[in-house]
Write a protein that binds this ligand. Structure first.
Ligand SMILES: Cc1cc2nc3c(=O)[nH]c(=O)nc-3n(C[C@H](O)[C@H](O)[C@H](O)COP(=O)(O)OP(=O)(O)OC[C@H]3O[C@@H](n4cnc5c(N)ncnc54)[C@H](O)[C@@H]3O)c2cc1C
Ligand SMILES: *[C@@H]1O[C@H](CO)[C@@H](O)[C@H](O)[C@H]1NC(C)=O
Ligand SMILES: *[C@@H]1O[C@H](CO)[C@@H](O)[C@H](O)[C@H]1NC(C)=O
Length: 498
């Protein structure tokens, strides 16, 4: 064979291979790709929640091929379950001038602001300053309805956006982004594939090792955006390590190991790993009481007048903060160790039912609540409910100093009175901590320097929320830092290919 023919064959082979990688995307290991050429293969995104989908959308808008690896069989992560909405200010749906988003976020972050102050201020400034553009991207570019604005706890103004219809915001945002990505020939999603290692050579990240259902480990090469979510569902792993008091707790998050160790293995720095949001009320499903995954019982049930009983007795003013209600519950003996949970009865009357009908009908449909009579709630419940009703009617002071009873209507409870009830227990809801990132979503090492070829976005990162995340700000961080990561990674690839 002549030298020319060999060369031609070689280069044809090489370009064929490269094209296959770029445009579809055989995902087997690239043989002997040089570190310098890695970026030409396109970008790797780990995790198909909102952070990963935002990053992927941005990469595709820059014509960069994307290989998205997702551990679960279905895409969407915890993002698809989000029910309250996404923050933004100012937006075209706000009727008030909202200039307090930054200040509210700093206030909610609390004591955590005293360490790495300048870094945190920059992240929060980026989050809040970019929130207007994030909403407008979802609404005007992607066509998602976010026209309803609500005011959640800790917010000075209404700024949490959701759609006007029945579809929850997490579902509508995730499904719309996914649909538009799937229309692109340079987007390739693989589900049931778990990333097990981040690859590094010559001080830059060069790809990932992963295993799909069949179990065999493979490699994929290219710069990496990590968007693998939080560790709220890692009850016996990272949670037990950083918050031993929460070990074994059930969660509203899917049960899965946290991924921060994959990133610290390539030098990433961690922050705020002990700062965890616990919600006082996740439903214990009577059909599957020991599931580690719980469905959230909306706060509105307590707010509209519902009461909480342990062994038939009230134990707190139900309107206290999430933290106080949780503390009061966990001060009692748990009724199960695995998962670690308590048996708290949530009780509503017809008045509360009518005020929160759509929620409660849905919970009844899911088998998480039921309509019954007080006689069915066990010993002591009647007396407790009678006292509560009497306080609600203004006949006596409430022994737990509750003064607002909202829609409670039952004035003379008897064993035959109709009530709506479900069992709830505290659940881990959100992990504030994670890997340290810059305001450009670069994953930083212990010296505060960026790790070449690696970006992070969403709940896997830490530092944006400090001690307490404001409702609606996690979807926002996914969009803001996910899109930034996509832009930065595209720039890195384009510079590298010049
Ligand atoms: C019930 C519920 C309601 C919520 N409501 C709201 C709300 O209204 N507003 C708000 O702002 N926030 C809300 N949150 C919080 C918010 O939804 C999450 O913080 C956010 O969605 C996290 O997005 P993410 O993209 O970072 O991670 P996720 O959406 O969790 O996605 C991460 C993905 O990465 C995958 N993954 C993990 N490890 C690997 C691996 N090794 N290899 C490959 N893939 C991997 C996971 O399977 C997952 O699909 C809610 C959370 C829950 C649970
Ligand atoms: C956010 O915007 C304000 C007002 O324009 C500006 O002072 C601040 O520096 C910005 N913060 C960041 C991190 O961009
Ligand atoms: C929560 O508990 C703390 C400490 O007991 C108390 O000072 C505070 O007032 C409580 N918060 C509410 C809203 O009741």
């Amino acid at each position: 064979m002549s030298r020319l023919r060999i060369l031609t064959l070689f280069s044809l082979g090489f370009f064929g291979l490269l094209t296959a990688y770029l445009y579809n995307l055989r995902t087997a290991m690239a043989p002997n790709i040089r570190t310098e050429d890695v970026a030409k293969l396109g970008a790797i995104v780990v995790g198909s929640g909102l952070a990963g989908l935002s990053a992927a959308s941005q990469l595709i808008s820059h014509d960069i091929p994307v290989r998205l690896l997702e551990r679960a069989a279905k895409p969407g992560g915890n993002s698809i379950k989000a029910s309250s909405g996404i923050n933004g200010a100012p937006t075209k749906y706000q009727s008030v001038v909202d200039d307090a988003f930054y200040a509210d976020t700093v206030k909610s972050a609390g004591k955590a602001m005293s360490a790495m102050t300048a870094h945190r201020e920059k992240l929060i400034g980026t989050l809040t300053n970019s929130s207007s553009a994030a909403i407008s991207w979802l609404v005007d570019t992607k066509g998602i309805d976010l026209s309803k604005v609500a005011q959640l706890g800790g917010h000075t103004f209404p700024r949490t956006h959701r759609g006007a219809g029945q579809t929850p915001p997490g579902f509508s945002i995730v499904s719309t982004l996914l649909k538009s990505l799937k229309e692109s020939p340079i987007f390739h999603l693989q589900t049931s594939c778990t990333v097990t290692k981040v690859l590094q050579a010559d001080h830059r990240v060069t790809g990932v090792e992963y295993a799909c259902d069949d179990g065999e480990k493979q490699e994929l090469h290219g710069p990496v955006i990590f968007a693998a979510g939080g560790f709220g569902g890692d009850a016996e792993g990272l949670l037990a390590q950083y918050r031993p008091d929460l070990a074994g707790y059930p969660s509203t998050n899917d049960p899965r190991p946290g991924t921060q160790p994959l990133l610290t293995a390539v030098g990433a720095q961690l922050i705020d790993m002990d700062l965890v949001q616990v919600h006082p009320s996740g439903f214990v499903d009577p059909a599957n009481p020991s599931s580690p995954l719980k469905f959230l019982a909306a706060e509105v049930l307590r707010g509209e007048g519902g009461l909480l009983l342990i062994n038939g007795k009230r134990f707190i003013n139900e309107l206290e903060t999430r933290e106080n209600v949780t503390n009061a519950i966990v001060a009692t003996a748990p009724t199960s160790q695995s998962p670690k949970q308590w048996t708290v009865q949530l009780v509503l009357d017809e008045g509360v039912y009518n005020a929160a009908k759509s929620h409660i009908d849905f919970y009844i449909f899911k088998g998480l609540m039921r309509k019954t009579t007080i006689a069915d709630l066990g010993e002591d419940a009647l007396e407790s409910i009678q006292q509560y009703a009497s306080a609600a009617a203004g006949k006596e002071a409430d022994s737990f100093h509750r003064t607002a009873f909202a829609h409670w209507a039952l004035t003379d409870p008897t064993p035959e009175s109709v009530v709506y009830t479900g069992i709830v227990t505290p659940v881990v809801h959100f992990t504030m901590g994670g890997v340290v990132i810059s305001d450009r979503a670069e994953v930083l090492n212990g010296d505060g320097e960026k790790i070449e070829g690696l970006w992070g976005a969403g709940e896997v990162t830490g530092g944006v929320h400090g001690g307490n995340r404001l409702g609606g700000s996690s979807l926002l961080e996914c969009v803001v830092f996910g899109r930034t990561a996509g832009d930065q990674c595209a720039e890195y690839i384009n510079n590298d290919s010049k």
